[in-house]
Design a protein around this ligand. Structure first.
Ligand code: ADP
Length: 234
């Protein structure tokens, strides 16, 4: 992969946290490059560093050392305001527990990130939200509140919301962890369709049967990354 094609480029990233017994080395000088249009799975035991890795990539947290480049931007150079704006434009996140706002309709939930980003005019935001809900098979659920939907439908609504600002990168933190196996596979079908349309998708999963569908899987073990059994990027 050439430098040019890397959408995510993590270089010698170290992340230490202060623990009660001294520093916790959550990421131990890791390297990872993900090309535009790749579908990448992230696996590993609890506490191995998966969330920390995702937080580096989404700019939610900053590395202790090293560089994080996403979509050509060095995140370590941005202040909090610019980072928040960058995140809104560049990354869509899908969570295990969906995190839809319960007091807004499904349609309003999808419009919200466009309102925050001041994307287009209100009418355009509405039309885009409707189009996205159609894309994930929820056109007829738009006026309902999230709790009237099944888990799989709520996750599709959350995917539509993640797509609202048309980010190049989608990140899922165990996005199918709260769904039964059949529904989970249906949601992964949607992820595959998005990747086929050019999105880049990084997804944490614990499921063997889902990981088997993902073309590239990174294992996180004790703060280090492994790919095909070898330590990655060293
Ligand atoms: P995973 O997502 O694989 O379960 P995490 O990235 O959440 O793992 O955690 C990696 C390590 O860093 C663990 O030892 C965890 O206890 C520690 N850790 C994570 N976040 C914090 C934090 N905010 N403060 C202190 N330690 C943390």
């Amino acid at each position: 992969m050439s430098d040019h094609a890397a959408l995510v480029d993590i270089r010698d990233v170290v992340k230490d946290y202060e623990g009660p017994q001294g520093p916790i080395h959550a990421l131990k000088r890791v390297n990872l490059r993900v090309g535009a249009g790749e579908f990448v799975g992230i696996r590993g035991p609890s506490g191995s560093g998966k969330s920390t890795l995702l937080n580096m990539i989404t700019g939610v947290d900053r590395p202790t050392a090293g560089q994080v480049l996403v979509n050509g931007q060095d995140l370590t150079e941005l202040n909090e305001d610019r980072l928040a704006r960058w995140r809104g434009d560049t990354v869509g996140v899908v969570f295990q527990f969906f995190q839809l706002l319960p007091t807004l309709t499904v349609l309003e939930n999808v419009i919200l990130p466009m309102d925050f980003a001041r994307r287009g005019r209100p009418k355009e935001r509405l039309e885009r939200a409707q189009m996205l809900l159609e894309q994930v098979g929820l056109a007829d659920q738009a006026q309902k509140f999230p709790n009237a939907l099944s888990g799989g439908q709520q996750q599709r609504a959350a995917i539509a919301r993640a797509l609202a600002n048309d980010p190049p990168l989608l990140v899922g933190d165990e996005p199918t962890g709260n769904l039964d196996s059949k529904t989970a596979h249906g949601v992964v079908d949607t992820f595959e369709e998005l990747v086929a349309r050019g999105k880049t998708f990084l997804m944490v999963t614990h499921s063997n049967s889902l990981a088997a569908r993902i073309p590239r899987v990174i294992e996180v073990l004790d703060g280090e990354l492994f790919e095909n059994g070898a330590r990655s990027g060293k």
